[in-house]
Design a protein around this ligand. Structure first.
Ligand code: SF4
Ligand code: SF4
Length: 381
């Protein structure tokens, strides 16, 4: 019987987790809503899937194979509900195993192997963000584990997100605690970038740690941790009640446990992070919190499930994106056009990229970028 090498590649992609590959009918509705159509780019989702179906080579370059930010916008527009992100992940996984991987992603993976975080920080510095403040340790009588995203553990700008959240949890009398050094990166973006083996190692290490500590409920500072703890850890035996900080804070405000002055008074636009909004269906809570803080929430282009990705998902947060291709530049411009004085969001990746673009766009004096917890902590009663 004749051999068809292209069929082998097609089958391999499906075996690596891209089971939906052949369900795609090539209508192109995915590519039409993809944020890469907002800028000049060689990345086209439909084309990549076609090449995978036919087993053709040529999609392995950094800009094409590693372009997808896993923002989920295409998935909600696909008439066949094709798991496009699963296909991207499978294709990345295959080439990563062959050693084809952007250098910056190799560095992030290497750091996770050595230090348990992608930012080249030492494991013993994981609690550097707590310097000068009292944060309770997680113990047998603690209700929630506060799991702080690696970005907020090591990045100086991002540390303020965790510090602000601690103020709010203390003010509301929540029973919470941190573990710290023994924790590892949740592994969400590592997996999406194609390093499946490392994801399993990180997730297993966290699941074993949480079991030793008796963790049942988790508060996450990042929607990426939220998504992987709720959707991916259960497959590996890790089952928890998980909330993103914005969900818990909204609940505390509605119960009257978290008291705010309600005096912010500024015009605030809210940028829906892909992993909080489209991926986890959390849209109203951050807005309720901004209202409670007395902010005037102004509408901006592309909100809720139509939100424009900041560009940081799928491992892109560790890759260098040319200025003219940054979605975050478009986003800060949209906030400015909406007349916002503050662009608020609820994700450490979004904060990093939007902060950067605010500066490169010369908006430093007119537009502040804040995580919702930061805005709330300034309005505490
Ligand atoms: S929208 Fe769905 S069916 Fe259409 S090209 Fe994209 S993946 Fe294929
Ligand atoms: S997940 Fe986002 S970036 Fe990736 S192909 Fe879909 S729309 Fe484009």
């Amino acid at each position: 019987m004749a051999e068809f090498p292209f069929l082998e590649v097609n089958e391999a992609i499906r075996l690596y987790g891209g089971e939906d590959l052949n369900a795609c009918m090539q209508c192109g509705l995915c590519a039409s809503v993809c944020p890469w159509r907002e800028v000049e780019s060689p990345f086209f989702a439909r084309q990549m899937i076609r090449m995978g179906q036919l087993g053709l080579e040529g999609y392995e370059s950094d800009e094409v194979l590693f372009g997808c930010t896993t923002c989920d916008k295409c998935v909600i527009n696909c008439p066949r509900e094709v798991d496009i992100i699963g296909i991207m992940r499978a294709m990345r996984s295959m080439v990563s195993e062959a050693g084809i991987r952007p250098e910056t992603l190799k560095a992030a993976s290497g750091s996770c192997h050595a230090n348990g975080n992608p930012w080249s920080g030492k494991r013993e510095d994981r609690l550097a963000w707590t310097k000068g403040i009292e944060v309770p340790k997680y113990g047998p009588d603690t209700e929630y584990l506060l799991f702080v995203c690696c970005t907020s553990c090591y990045d100086q700008r991002s540390q303020n997100i965790a510090r602000s959240l601690v103020k709010l949890l203390d003010a509301a009398g929540v029973s919470y605690g941190i573990i710290g050094q023994e924790e590892s990166c949740c592994g969400e973006s590592i997996r999406k970038s194609g390093d499946e083996e490392l994801f399993n190692k990180l997730a297993t290490s966290n699941i074993e740690l949480f079991a030793r500590e008796g963790v049942k409920k988790i508060i996450t500072t990042s929607p990426h941790c939220l998504k992987t703890f709720t959707s991916e850890y259960p497959e590996l035996g890790g089952d928890y009640e998980v909330v993103h900080s914005s969900q818990l804070l909204a609940h505390l405000v509605s119960e009257g446990k978290l008291k705010l002055k309600g005096k912010d008074g500024r015009k605030v636009a809210f940028h829906d992070p892909c992993y909080l909004g489209r991926h986890s269906n959390v849209f109203s809570e951050p807005r309720e919190l901004l209202d409670a803080a007395g902010a005037e929430v102004v509408p901006m282009a592309r909100e809720e499930k139509f939100s424009l990705c900041c560009g940081g998902g799928g491992g892109r947060v560790w890759m260098e994106t040319p200025q003219e291709q940054r979605f975050s530049v478009l986003r800060v411009q949209e906030a400015a056009q909406a007349g916002a004085e503050v662009l608020a969001t609820s994700c450490p990746y979004c904060i990093s990229l939007l902060e950067d673009s605010r500066k490169t766009e010369g908006l430093e004096d007119s537009l502040e970028v804040l995580e919702v917890s930061e805005l709330l902590a300034r309005d505490l009663a």
